[in-house]
Design a binder for this molecule. Structure first.
Ligand SMILES: Cc1cc2nc3c(=O)[nH]c(=O)nc-3n(C[C@H](O)[C@H](O)[C@H](O)COP(=O)(O)OP(=O)(O)OC[C@H]3O[C@@H](n4cnc5c(N)ncnc54)[C@H](O)[C@@H]3O)c2cc1C
Ligand SMILES: NC(=O)c1ccc[n+]([C@@H]2O[C@H](COP(=O)([O-])OP(=O)(O)OC[C@H]3O[C@@H](n4cnc5c(N)ncnc54)[C@H](OP(=O)(O)O)[C@@H]3O)[C@@H](O)[C@H]2O)c1
Length: 386
């Protein structure tokens, strides 16, 4: 626990990155990176299953583009309403590290419509605000960031204070820690999918994943971090078996779990389900899993490389392929863990688990639901999904 540390979310520690490397091999469509962050000297500690919180800085090029559109130097004092500050800060600081440059809302379109002096801009904005255009406005905003709006409606001429009052706070991002303190007491490892995409013909970036990947100098103590403690974690009783389902970056905490259980001498079995696009390029930490399998530390490894064949194969398909064995582990008291994508994967894995319990246990729907409820109550079914 970090109780002895002077550092927390409200007073983040300025950490340095000691290692940043690509996990995907050349030819991959993915950009997943491994980071090692030093917590030396912070007094911070963590356990397997915890996450690291990171406060990012936005891209300078985007901040400069907004300043140019506002015809501002960046030195202008502002007091963004969302930040509730005791004293103003500079516009540049607000845009660089305190406010989100994404996700404009209807409110900014209303303000621009009031302030635009060009008849063409005024009418385009008014058209977006009529009740029948609700869906059009939704897609329009989804495709745009604040910088687009300043460029597309220059006659509205917002002041720096008006602009920042429409922006939301830049929140810290959490990352599941991919190392165990028993193996790495001073460092945390992270497994991060770097977010890059195109909307409205512009290249966009994820604020925090590209801050770590592109904008932080390795070795410089500049990254504000805190440890976010979690109830997610391996069983206290090392004799218990664990089943871990972690496709993509969902693999991160399970690398921590296995390291932890090896270091603590846990005797329970470890079964991992991993999936990603291609075996040749996207088998994250393959060398660790292979070594642990060979040493008998990882009991089973089932992989689902979704794009290596015509039909998609996912981790839940591998669970179904091994339904009898999975049921026998569960009946024997195994803990079941899921980490990764919340929108689709975690739901589909939950459905597969339900089906396996019903079929293999000979239970009706109510019986299977009760079994899962009890698993959750006993903390034997835990999820860390995002
Ligand atoms: C408990 C927890 C643990 C987590 N662990 C990990 C982890 O181990 N590894 C990891 O990589 N992440 C993890 N995450 C997610 C992480 O916190 C961030 O949400 C993620 O890195 C994106 O942040 P960002 O600042 O880079 O992107 P943001 O600036 O937040 O941008 C992401 C946003 O961009 C938009 N967007 C993205 N792609 C597109 C697209 N194609 N088209 C249109 N819009 C798009 C969406 O609005 C999306 O919400 C975790 C989250 C939680 C809550
Ligand atoms: N917006 C979305 O819809 C969405 C979905 C997934 C992830 N993400 C985000 O994208 C980032 C990177 O993701 P990641 O690298 O962690 O991996 P990921 O994109 O979640 O992909 C990992 C593996 O899971 C597969 N997958 C896709 N849908 C699945 C499902 N319903 N059930 C089981 N497996 C499924 C993928 O297959 P295929 O890609 O071949 O289908 C891939 O093989 C994360 O931040 C994540 O939250 C967003």
């Amino acid at each position: 626990m970090s109780d002895d540390s002077a550092y927390s979310k409200d007073r983040p520690f300025l950490a340095h990155i000691t290692q940043s490397r690509m996990l995907n091999k050349p030819g991959s469509a993915k950009e997943t990176r491994h980071f090692e962050v030093s917590l030396a000297g912070s007094g911070l500690s963590y356990k397997a299953g915890d996450s690291l919180g990171v406060f990012a800085e936005n891209r300078k090029v985007e901040v400069d583009e907004i300043l140019a559109a506002l015809e501002a130097s960046g030195d202008e004092p502002v007091s963004p309403v969302m930040l509730k500050l005791p004293a103003p800060i500079s516009l540049r600081e607000a845009l660089s590290s305190r406010l989100a440059l994404k996700s404009p809302t209807r409110k900014v379109i209303e303000t621009l419509a009031e302030r635009a002096t060009s008849p063409d801009e005024k009418s385009r904005l008014a058209n977006l605000l009529v009740p029948e255009a609700k869906d059009v406005l939704g897609s329009f905003l989804f495709e745009r960031e604040f910088v687009d709006l300043l460029a597309e409606f220059p006659s509205a001429r917002l002041t720096p204070q008006e602009l920042v009052d429409h922006m939301r706070k830049l929140m810290p991002r959490l990352y599941s820690i991919a190392s165990s303190p028993r193996a790495h007491p001073q460092d945390v490892h992270l497994t991060i999918a770097v977010v890059r995409y195109v909307t409205n013909h512009r290249e966009r970036v994820g604020a925090c994943s590209t801050y770590l990947a592109d904008r932080v100098a390795v070795g410089q103590p500049t990254v504000p971090v805190f440890v976010s403690h979690s109830h997610f974690g391996p069983p206290d009783d090392g004799a218990k078996d664990v089943i871990m389902v972690g496709p993509g970056t969902g693999i991160a905490p399970f690398r921590a779990f296995v390291q932890d259980r090896i270091a603590s001498g846990a005797t329970g079995r470890n079964w991992l389900f991993f999936g990603d696009q291609h075996r040749a390029t996207d088998f994250l930490y393959e060398e660790d899993w292979s070594a642990w399998l060979a040493a008998g530390r990882l009991t089973r490894l089932d992989t689902a490389f979704s794009r290596d064949q015509l039909l998609k194969v996912y981790v839940q398909d591998r669970m179904r392929d091994n339904a009898a064995e999975l049921w026998s582990w569960l009946k024997g008291g195994a803990y079941f863990y899921v980490c990764g994508d919340a929108k689709r994967m975690a739901k589909d894995v939950d459905t597969a688990l339900f089906d396996i319990i019903a079929q293999q246990g000979g239970l009706d729907a109510a019986g299977a639901a009760d079994f899962i409820k009890q698993l959750k109550k006993d903390r034997r079914y835990q999820r860390d999904v995002y």
